[in-house]
Design a protein around this ligand. Structure first.
Ligand SMILES: [Ca+2]
Length: 463
């Protein structure tokens, strides 16, 4: 009797797996391309006049480019966790670069985007930086290629910005062979996967590390951005005078050199050049991947999603790096390419990276998950101008949020202090309007979207 039950149970499981496989057989593949620290300095977003990103621009010219897309946290770990779980930092409790979400009680059993695809018959593969550092998440990916930190060690330093500075903040052209660069190696592995025969639909995630510091790239990418032609971001001298103290405190970042250092050492232009060169190098990897996809048998049934985990300051608001609730840190390139798409689209509605999870479920016709906080972008993919009430929200550390609507950015810090910027006439966010009572109603409208719950910082399990 017991063995009969066991056989029946096994049959049920087998039939259920078989049915999942059958359903999966005609599903589209997914190619997820994650970029690290790339702000809107790409050609298609026009963030910098000397940005040279022809391959990202080419993808935008075939797919849907979201021109008002924002990360959920302006730093790697919480942004990537939010994207892969489809939940806000204020829900995961992952606000900074630690802890790893699987080591926390409230997040350890949560189902990531690619894990859910795996549960529905997909093969999941990854290389490079998808999570923070060189983390491998076994439930997320079955097949793991080269990861950051596992590559050939290269110690050359042609340029150094001073012994007292962190080596992380080094930059300059490098002379070693292009195919030794980590991003090149990871991209090559991604290309090999696109050239293989897969007996299931695949979810392939390729995480590119540049333009994260150190800004090392082959010389030829520096040559595309001659130093003499480099223009610097516009900065208003007294821009910071209208910031609340909470803003200054939250955005103080001891890791990068101070803005004054870049000016005094005449390093602002070389640093901007190195960021642009590193971005062009990453763009080249995107080009290699897309060429391989287009030549492969998967070219007509693969969805491509490209994004950066957050933006980056290079002197704007007299600061460097990420870790702020301003446009510079939150705005990111974000493109969705759907096979069979007839024409390119640009969508100016505010959207969140957290929406990638539910959107891909919709596009691949997988069962929706009600626990996700992101909203599917399907209506905007169908019509980029359709009505859209959702703003994009970014959180940096507990109780600090920015709400980005189509026209405004509203920021509320933990101590209740506020900022408001009108993007219709102040795209650089120089003039904080929060002190002007005539904007109270607009600020109140935006504050309705602030997360209702801000869970405490998640702790690493003691055992
Ligand atoms: Ca200002």
């Amino acid at each position: 009797m017991r063995s009969h039950t066991a056989i029946s149970l096994t049959l049920t499981i087998l039939l259920s797996s078989f049915s999942t496989l059958l359903n999966a057989a005609d599903k589209p593949n997914v190619l997820l391309i994650a970029i690290d620290d790339l702000n809107d300095w790409v050609g298609c977003l026009g963030g910098h006049p000397q940005a040279r990103t022809p391959h990202i621009d080419a993808l935008a010219s075939r797919g849907t480019l979201f021109t008002n897309a924002h990360c959920q946290a302006p730093i790697c770990n919480p942004s990537r966790t939010s994207l892969m779980l489809g939940l806000r930092p204020s829900t995961t409790g992952i606000y900074i670069n630690q802890p790893w979400f699987r080591s926390t009680k409230q997040n350890k059993d949560r189902v990531t985007l690619s894990q859910y695809f795996h549960q529905h018959g997909y093969q999941t593969l990854t290389t490079g930086k998808i999570y923070h550092g060189s983390r491998v998440d076994k439930p997320s990916f079955e097949v793991v290629g080269p990861l950051p930190g596992q590559r050939q060690k290269i110690d050359e330093r042609l340029v150094t910005i001073g012994k007292t500075r962190s080596g992380l903040w080094d930059y300059g052209a490098q002379e070693y062979d292009e195919d030794l660069f980590g991003d090149y190696v990871d991209t090559s592995w991604g290309i090999e996967q696109l050239q293989k025969d897969h007996d299931k639909p695949f979810f392939l995630a390729v995480g590119l590390y540049r333009p994260h510091v150190p800004w090392y790239a082959p010389q030829r990418f520096f040559d595309k951005h001659p130093l003499k032609q480099i223009s610097l971001p516009k900065v208003l001298d007294n821009d910071r005078d209208d910031l609340p103290p909470a803003a200054t405190e939250l955005t103080a970042n001891p890791t990068p050199p101070a803005h004054d250092w870049f000016i005094e050492q005449n390093q602002w232009k070389p640093a901007v050049q190195a960021f642009l060169a590193s971005s062009s190098f990453t763009d080249d990897q995107v080009g290699r991947l897309m060429e391989a996809l287009n030549k492969s048998k998967y070219s007509k049934n693969t969805i491509v999603v490209l994004y950066s985990d957050h933006g980056f300051h290079l002197g704007e608001k007299q600061r460097w790096a990420k870790q702020s609730l301003w446009e510079r840190s939150t705005r990111v390139p974000f493109i969705i390419f759907q096979p069979g798409q007839k024409q390119a689209q640009r969508c100016a509605q505010p959207v969140e990276l957290m929406s990638i999870y539910p959107t891909l479920l919709d596009l691949c016709d997988l069962p929706a998950r009600t626990e996700l906080e992101g909203v599917s972008l399907l209506p905007l993919l169908d019509d980029p101008n359709s009505n859209w009430e959702h703003p994009a929200i970014t959180t940096y550390q507990r109780h600090n949020h920015a709400v980005r609507s189509r026209d405004f950015r509203y920021i509320r810090y933990a101590d209740g202090s506020e900022e408001l910027y009108d993007h219709r006439n102040d795209p650089r966010e120089w003039h904080n309007l929060a002190g002007n009572s005539k904007y109270r109603e607009i600020m109140d409208e935006h504050s309705k979207w602030l997360p209702k719950e801000n869970v405490p910082e998640a702790r690493k399990n003691s055992k």
